[in-house]
Design a protein. Sequence first.
Length: 102
Amino acid sequence: MHLILKKFTYLTNILINFEGTRNILALAGDSIPSVDYAKRIADALGVSLDYLVSDNDKEDVLDNDAVKRIKEIQGLPDSEKDKIYSVVDALIRDYKTKKAYT
């Protein structure tokens, strides 16, 4: 919860710095922020714009750190990707096994 509060504070400061207090008050009401504002909000909270506007269950959304790592892996040669996938698969398998027996 502390991280969410920090991100909200950061978001509030971004909006105040860019557009002033009047727009913060408008966002708290029924007005809809522009795509630019919504993108800033998503960036400040560390989520995607789709996450903010989606009505789907939020538990299925990938976190930004995972997405960044996946993008990094995509740029590697296939031989390196295979090594990473093997290690990740083994770690997931071991975790599931451990969880099943505890």
